[in-house]
Ligand binder design. Structure first.
Ligand SMILES: Cc1cc2nc3c(=O)[nH]c(=O)nc-3n(C[C@H](O)[C@H](O)[C@H](O)COP(=O)(O)O)c2cc1C
Length: 368
């Protein structure tokens, strides 16, 4: 049997193969509530061993983009139940990705038009990072994020409790577990990265202090769900904050040690890729692995061949695929049968309706 088709034991939960569908925001729910079509989309992809949901904002403050379904209200929980029931019916396993964008937001998305929150009051300057809002004329579009304000020391625990509530809600909604989104420049990374975090309290300065918010939140979520149902996503060597590389290995190795001690279900690394090349090379992965013996997932321009090689060499446990799952609901079957993989249409990644969402055809009709 092909390597990636073998079953996998994820902290006592059997995955029907080694394929992970990476989290992908699709921004198709103007009321922020998942619906029947959300369920169809995920069910179509349930032959993945593990599906990680699109990022789910844990509170109104956590949002940076319109039309993203959240996980803070009862209606949202009921909507997600449609999705998890559909995925479970098809034999799949699904974790919810819990998300707070921090400073990558805009006052128009924030409760009472407040400033977005972050580790510091530093505004993001990278033009690649924009919020997506309803403009004053009612049209939709990208805008520069607003100037953030630094969370007060005693507010950090409130954000942790928003994650705790979101984890409880995710469990009620039938998710098998949750993944904290601590990657891609969002709130947790805004604390981890010393270029963004200029705090002088217990959440800034040393590695232990910068990692404190993420670890306190992991602990809160473990208390709710148990460690076997908790994962985390990290993006070390994120291409947008290179230039001061020294802190990266120290910070991420410390996190890996702490997470290993807590025996969480997995760490999911996202390779942000620099100049089209892997930023998390085998040397980095091997060294990270030495700090975290648990399940290691890797995403980022993954191919079947690289996934097989890394798994066979014991460097990672599970490869994750993002864009390939958009255009290939039957990605696993295509791998099994050596069927060519279709490319997605970038114009329909975000927003809109069924087009580019639930209308990608299957090439293989019989499930694995
Ligand atoms: C349309 C789209 C939406 C995404 N949304 C998220 C998200 O909500 N959370 C997240 O952690 N990563 C998100 N990502 C990143 C993917 O999970 C993945 O790491 C990245 O696309 C690299 O994998 P790939 O080359 O297989 O697509 C998104 C990527 C795409 C293309």
């Amino acid at each position: 049997m092909k390597t990636l088709l073998e079953k996998y034991d994820l902290s006592g939960r059997e995955l029907h193969n080694h394929f992970v569908m990476a989290p992908m925001t699709r921004a198709r729910r103007p009321d922020n509530i998942p619906d029947d079509e959300t369920a169809v989309y995920y069910r179509q992809r349930a032959s993945a061993g593990l599906i990680v949901s699109e990022g789910l904002p844990v509170s109104p403050e956590a949002q940076g983009y319109i039309a993203v379904p959240g996980i803070w209200t009862d209606q949202q929980v009921a909507g997600w139940k449609l999705v998890t029931d559909a995925v479970h019916d098809a034999g799949g396993t699904m974790f919810a990705q819990l998300w707070h964008v921090g400073r990558i937001s805009h006052t128009s998305l924030q409760p009472n038009g407040q400033a977005p929150v972050s580790s510091s009051a530093k505004k993001i300057v990278n033009p690649k990072f924009q919020a997506f809002i309803y403009k004053e004329d009612g049209s939709e579009g990208r805008v520069d994020p607003s100037e953030p304000r630094a969370l007060e020391t005693d507010e950090v625990a409130r954000v942790t409790s928003d994650f705790r509530r979101a984890a409880r809600n995710a469990s009620t909604a039938g998710f098998d577990g949750v993944e904290l989104h601590a990657a891609n420049n969002y709130l947790f990374e805004q604390f981890l990265n010393p270029a963004m975090n200029d705090r002088t309290d217990q959440y800034g300065g040393s590695v232990e202090n910068r990692a404190r918010f993420a670890l306190e939140t992991i602990d809160a979520v473990i208390e709710e769900l148990g460690a076997t149902r908790v994962g985390i996503r990290l993006s070390p060597r994120n291409q947008d904050y290179t230039g001061q590389d020294g802190w990266i290995e120290e910070t991420y190795n410390y996190l890996a040690d702490e997470l290993a001690e807590r025996r969480i279900a997995y760490i999911h690394l996202n390779d942000s890729r620099i100049g089209g090349k892997p930023s998390l090379d085998d040397a980095f992965l091997k060294s990270f692995r030495a700090h975290f013996p648990g399940t290691l997932i890797l995403a980022g321009a993954m191919s079947f061949e690289r996934g097989e090689q890394l798994v066979e060499a014991g460097i990672i446990d599970l490869p994750a695929f993002g864009q390939p799952f958009i255009a290939n609901p039957d990605l696993v079957e295509r791998y099994r049968d050596d069927v060519v993989v279709a490319r997605p249409d970038r114009d329909t990644f975000y927003g809109g309706g069924s087009k580019g969402y639930t209308d990608y055809p299957r090439a293989v009709h019989e499930d694995v």
